[in-house]
Design a binder for this molecule. Sequence first.
Ligand code: ZN
Length: 212
Amino acid sequence: MAIRPSKIICVGRSYADHARELGNAVPDQAVLFLKPPSSLLGLDEGISWNPAWGSCHFECELSLRIDQPLKDAGSPEQALAAIGAVTLGLDLTLRDLQDSLKKQGYPWERSKAFDGSCVLGDWVDASEIEDWQQAQYQFEINDELRQSGNTANMIFDIGSLLMEISQVFGLEPGDVIMTGTPSGVAPLHSGDQLKMTLKGKTQDFVWNTWVK
Ligand code: ZN
């Protein structure tokens, strides 16, 4: 199924260890921002950005595809039932630019919603996640482990997070949620070979891409 999402909703600071590594407070409600559909980049296209914008950080994130309309979910269970598929994605972030925008109190979109800032793996059926509270994934660059994610370490569990999101944004089939990144974020470099691995029920799912 290749429905173009009406929106991609991203969660910031959802892992306490990542909030701390950037010197941010651990939030008491979800930090949400959007990427437009024009931010999507295929795995086979190669990552690039304008070097004049400074460094581009990787943030590997468990990503959810909504397959049923969801608005004002009444419970975490109801919210979870709307997830049709999962994958891993990269929430690419122009960190120097973001730091400057944050300092000035401006919105983040220039640093996080630019063309090519959202790289998603292929979708796999949501049934591959046996337990939303213990989904595991990892991110490697040039065969070196850089990020290791487990949803057990999230500040808000996936069901509660999705319920809260649905109370702000009505979700339509095809919409994507990027659930935030664990610690380990750092700049990408030209030529880097990137590998995302999601531990599924029946197998490990692996997606590769690279930096031009
Ligand atoms: Zn992120």
